[in-house]
Ligand binder design. Sequence first.
Ligand code: AMP
Length: 280
Amino acid sequence: MKPKLVRTVAALRRETAQWRRDGLRYAVVPTMGAIHSGHTQLVTEGLNRANRVITTIFVNPRQFAAHEDLGKYPRDEDGDVRKLGKAGTHLIFLPPPHEIYGEGFSTTVSLAGPAKAGLEDKFRPQFFDGVTTIVAKLFIQTGADYAMFGEKDYQQLKVVTRMAQDLDLPIEVVGVPTVREEDGLAKSSRNVYLSKIERQQATAIYRNLQAAADKIRAGIIPQNAMRAATRSLMAQGFKVDYVTARNAETLAIPKHPGEPLRLIAAAWLGKTRLIDNLAV
Ligand code: AMP
């Protein structure tokens, strides 16, 4: 099926208004394009819940710092449309930047809680302001019943869930488990930056998180297991931003034995920053 493409909020709303008149429920899948099977899994899960799925493609300038990879972020509109059509997306919203950030744009949401956990926020201070601004706008522009987000970006999932709840946005945020390559590397649009050798080394993040999860299940103190994982990654040439065990809901540093934990990592391999996480 060929999805319909819309580039303006007005055109988007004409489509969704008809869906509402027809009594349909619909999900939105926000992406930055460079579509892979992690993204199409979100579409599949959206189709499991709703009658229609909108995928948005917008490389959001406000979530990149000046030194980050906005200029070289992979873009492939034709390939994306084809893959999303195959996955069953009904509508693709591809707004140009001026459609999203008009002249004089000056509003962001002020965040605390999981957005200030000292993870991505510490290393990319502008990131969640940018993410929640675009996500809030997409929620309002689409008026969707469900929003599909990957567990791959675990802190983002928690921040967006919190925002939707705190602002009474009438949308259910649904987390979808991480889709991985056969060797365990989490699928990511940024994996194309890896050299052949780095691509082989990159699986160490997932392997070390798995090893740490096994140790914690066997009774080793989380902090010690994470320290060992950090050392192992550093020995394999990674520059580690963080490798840490956090409360799976609040992302706070765990205080009580038996708390639900999530192991969360971000590390550089050469010029590529990789993130991953795992439930214990
Ligand atoms: P991105 O285009 O990378 O900003 O990602 C768009 C959405 O796809 C986010 O909700 C991501 O968490 C999700 N996503 C990206 N990679 C994966 C993956 N490997 N598995 C599941 N979801 C993913």
